[in-house]
Design a protein around this ligand. Structure first.
Ligand SMILES: Nc1ncnc2c1ncn2[C@@H]1O[C@H](COP(=O)(O)OP(=O)(O)OP(=O)(O)O)[C@@H](O)[C@H]1O
Ligand SMILES: Cc1ncc(COP(=O)(O)O)c(N)n1
Length: 454
């Protein structure tokens, strides 16, 4: 079979005006994982991160009509359902999807994170009777699985029984009982029963992430992979990786449960590419001016670094620099290795600390100390701060990796902003150094050049 360039996935779900869950989360997930997303809206909710203040259901015929109209022209490779709200909508969706016959992921949405009911009590039986049997995969959490099976779920053994029951007695092809609230420990473990076998999907539990829309985005990700033609086990594996990242790099907005961030999946790699290109562009300028830079490359070498967006930057692995540093070579300089993430530790830590004070400062370079450079910087009106390394507290000296943040913190305290230049004149075993900071590597290199040039 010829592979489709644009697999099509449909979300049959409600809208969350807060943009965190529902079709909004689903469409972001579809886009991030590379399929074309289409929609059958079931209900409009007036919602934010901590409450639902109104629900307006669409007529069931209108829900069915959206699915059919899309199918007739664009086609549907797989779909998911989210909030279905009432039994008439459930009947209309079940009937339409059964007729068309595409693989369907059912997220049996009942209650929002904020506590609001999203499924009328009268619709519970319809959900079990009509939706479960047509589910290729159904993804209940602990509470939803309890409602569907009538069982109590307190541990993974109970979750296994429930998943098996949903498949063998209620007719789903595969059932995943999500473990967000079961045996809460270091990991978030989901249990799947499929084709006579149990599967476990594990990921580290994230404590300070965002969880509004997790269920929506997880089920949408499974639907995407099914639309691409992946088998169920592979689809869930990818969805689990996807949702873990979306929770970790959540969108920190609102005063309730903040929304997951499905875009992290593509945004982080895209930013990394942009950062590498930005460092490379600035390295070209250094090479063009290598004779000027030669004299000011420290004995230990220089590095030029840039961090990814502050929303995502956490460790030195989120900062790119030159592997093996920039060294003196004849009367010029040599860029020793490739530009890589995690290639620098000192300069990376400087930038990570600077970003805590001013998120726009994402780049830095170090030069050999020379009083002439400091004089020129001051004359040019740059903010220049001197740090006396003899004042470095004992507890800072003793801990590996603490000196650089201390230098940045001390400099910030002196001028109440991130300076353009921080310098020190060294100490026993510490080379005197000038550190140039800025928004981008090109800006940093031009700043450096402007003080190097006589
Ligand atoms: N804090 C967390 N850290 C990592 N993964 C999580 C976390 N919370 C939920 N997940 C995962 O996200 C996916 C979607 O979970 P979802 O939030 O729908 O279920 P739940 O946490 O069991 O229940 P609830 O919807 O009531 O929070 C599942 O794979 C689940 O294991
Ligand atoms: C329209 C709509 N659909 C689904 C959910 C569930 O998501 P959550 O449990 O994260 O609030 C929601 N809140 N709103």
């Amino acid at each position: 079979m010829k592979k489709k360039l644009y697999p099509i996935a449909i979300t049959i779900a409600g809208s969350d005006s807060g943009g965190g869950a529902g079709i909004e989360a689903d469409l972001k997930t579809f886009a991030a994982l590379g399929v074309h997303g289409v929609v059958a809206l079931t209900s409009v909710t007036a919602q934010n991160t901590y409450q639902v203040t109104g629900i307006h259901d669409l007529p069931p015929e209108m829900v069915a009509r959206q699915i059919i109209t899309v199918w007739e022209d664009i086609g549907i490779d797989a779909g998911k359902t989210g909030m279905l709200s009432n039994s008439e909508i459930i009947r209309a969706v079940a009937e339409t999807v059964s007729k068309l016959g595409f693989p369907l992921v059912v997220d049996p949405v009942m209650i929002a994170k904020s506590g609001a009911p999203l499924l009328r009590p009268e619709a519970m039986n319809a959900l079990i009777k009509y939706m479960v049997p047509i589910a290729t995969v159904i993804t209940p959490n602990k509470h939803e699985a309890e409602k569907i099976t009538g069982m109590k779920i307190n541990n993974f053994e109970d979750a296994r029984k429930a998943a098996k029951y949903i498949v063998e007695e209620l007719g789903a092809t595969a059932a995943i009982v999500k473990g967000g609230h079961i045996e809460v420990g270091e990991e978030s473990i989901d249990i799947m029963y499929y084709n006579g076998k149990f599967y476990e999907f594990r990921a580290p539990r994230i404590v300070d992430g965002c969880t509004h829309g997790t269920g929506c985005s997880f089920s949408a990700a499974i639907a995407v992979e099914l639309a691409k033609g992946r088998d169920i086990v592979k689809a869930v594996k990818t969805a689990k990786k996807f949702i873990t990242m979306a929770i970790k790099y959540g969108v920190k907005v609102g005063r309730g449960a903040c929304p997951v961030n499905p875009m992290a999946w593509i945004e982080i790699p895209a930013m990394k590419y942009h950062v590498i290109e930005s460092v490379k562009e600035a390295l070209k300028i250094i090479i063009e001016n290598q004779k000027l830079f030669n004299k000011y490359i420290p004995e230990t070498g220089s590095n030029l670094v840039m961090a990814i967006d502050p929303r995502y930057a956490e460790t030195i692995n989120d900062v790119a620099g030159v592997k093996g540093r920039i060294v003196r070579y004849g009367d010029g300089v040599k860029i020793v290795g490739p530009v890589e993430f995690g290639a620098s530790s000192h300069m990376a830590r400087l930038v990570l600390t600077a970003m805590k004070y001013d998120p726009s400062i994402r780049s830095a370079m170090n030069l050999k100390y020379d009083e002439k450079l400091v004089e020129r910087a001051e004359k040019k009106g740059y903010i220049v701060v001197y740090i006396d390394r003899r004042n470095e507290p004992e507890e800072v000296r003793l801990v590996e990796g603490r000196s650089i943040p201390w230098i940045m913190e001390t400099a910030f305290k002196k001028v109440k902003r991130v300076p353009d230049i921080i310098y020190d004149t060294g100490d026993v075993g510490k080379e005197a150094m000038i550190r140039v900071l800025g928004k981008t590597p090109v800006e940093v290199v031009y700043k450096a050049l402007s003080i190097i040039r006589e």
